[in-house]
Design a protein around this ligand. Structure first.
Ligand code: FES
Length: 168
């Protein structure tokens, strides 16, 4: 049988970190749920079922309530995300300026469909609702960096330049 000891202890540390954060809050109840989920996703990178259960226990609320919030907000995810999260705005302002073609170009270039993460956990691709930068339409966000006026023919160079910039 293989041992997962180091992964287990690393996980325990992450749960401890989350537990300490929850204890530091003025209230440990449903009013802190969104704040706790933000921190949990920051710590774990995503919100697997055991993290949602842990949060529910700590805040003394039903797991179904936590699950409902996680599924409602597109910001939260219960599946692992890639190191690079590529978001293509599909809001009306961007769509009319060609973001559908931009998303297709990313799908082709990364060999992923919208909503998928690569097996090596390097990229996640998603089409998202308006990100509030309509003046720059069509907009693409990779992690924190915003790219404006993106056309499908820019996609290859955006990926290459982004990787070069973040690796240097
Ligand atoms: S529609 Fe894309 S930023 Fe608003």
């Amino acid at each position: 049988m293989s041992c997962n000891c180091s992964q287990g202890s690393e996980n325990k540390e992450l749960f401890n970190e989350l537990g300490e954060f929850i204890s530091s809050l003025p209230e440990q109840n449903e009013s802190s749920l969104i704040q706790v989920l933000h921190r949990a996703q920051h710590i774990f990178g995503y919100l697997p079922r055991e993290v949602q259960t842990y949060v529910a226990q700590k805040l003394n609320i039903p797991v179904a309530r936590v699950y409902g919030v996680v599924s409602f907000y597109s910001y939260f995810t219960d599946t692992p995300r890639g190191e690079y999260v590529v978001q293509v705005c599909m809001g009306t302002g961007c769509f009319v300026k060609g973001s559908g073609k931009v998303l297709e170009a990313f799908e082709k270039s990364l060999n992923l469909k919208s909503g998928e993460t690569s097996d090596d956990l390097k990229f996640t691709l998603s089409g998202v609702r308006c990100v509030g930068a309509c003046g720059l339409a069509p907009v693409v966000i990779i992690n924190e960096k915003v790219y404006g006026h993106v056309q499908s023919e820019d996609v290859e160079s955006i990926i290459e330049n982004h990787l070069v910039e973040t690796l240097s």
